[in-house]
Design a protein. Structure first.
Ligand code: ZN
Length: 247
């Protein structure tokens, strides 16, 4: 899962139509935060990384559920409580009944979630087996929360995320071969990746091609560059070094 940097409240941004906007503490109704969130992270689900062709399919995602009484006020409208997700990742089947606070679950705007999860052949997602202790528990919670480990057997009829990842994994393997054979240049490769998403799959498969990894970090809005070591092939590194959970 691509780690991201969230705009702080007060930051000035520019919409595609040229209008300026300053990030606010509150967005009421919360749906009005959709445009600034898309400028922040691109038009991709922050969890499954699928691209959203039409903006109406992207939903403002509440990190802590807006309709549960958790002792917090105004969860519904707070910029700090927003991410952006597709309807499947934001849907009831996966996370409606799970409350995962940031101190017990990894999140892409707080942790290096590319270290939390591992993308394997066929687009299968597992918890990074190298994690230990609290990091491992929080990564497990993230996978449970979003359900990226759902298979054709455990998914609902509507949840085709596994299928999309499988297709993307297979395409990425073929494109890597074409790229290495000089049949595909970097700009064309990036155009394809930006149109079809699944950042983590491409970042995984193009290990060893630093120029591709660098473009993935630079070209996808909001990618947290501090999570990758530019002097060591853009390998993922700890986002919170020295803390109980360094990931
Ligand atoms: Zn999603």
């Amino acid at each position: 899962m691509r780690p991201i940097d969230k705009f702080p409240v007060g930051q000035s941004i520019t919409f595609e139509d040229g209008n300026a906007h300053i990030i606010r503490y509150k967005y009421k109704p919360y749906q009005s935060a959709k445009d600034p969130l898309c400028i922040n992270f691109g038009q991709y689900c922050v969890y499954c990384e699928a691209p959203i062709t039409y903006l109406r399919d992207l939903e403002v995602e509440h990190i802590l559920p807006k309709d549960k009484n958790l002792g917090y006020s105004h969860l519904e409208y707070d910029w700090d409580n927003f991410l952006i997700a597709c309807s499947t990742c934001n849907g009831r089947d996966n996370k409606y009944n799970i409350v995962a606070k940031p101190d017990e679950c990894h999140y892409p705007h707080l942790n290096n979630t590319f270290l939390s999860l591992k993308y394997c052949k066929g687009g299968v997602v597992i918890v990074n087996p190298d994690l230990k202790g609290k990091s491992k528990l929080k990564a497990c919670k993230l996978l449970e929360l979003i359900g990226l480990d759902k298979t054709p057997v455990t998914s609902t009829q509507q949840d085709k995320r596994w299928e999309y990842r499988m297709k993307q994994w297979n395409v990425a393997e073929r494109y890597k071969e074409r790229y290495e054979n000089g049949k595909l240049n970097l700009d064309c490769l990036m155009d394809y990746i930006k149109a079809t998403g699944c950042w983590s799959i491409w970042f995984t498969i193009f290990e060893g091609h630093d120029e591709v990894r660098r473009r993935l970090i630079e070209d996808f809005p909001g990618t947290s560059s501090v999570c990758f070591d530019a002097n060591n092939h853009y390998s993922p590194i700890e986002r919170n070094p020295g803390q109980e959970d360094p990931v």
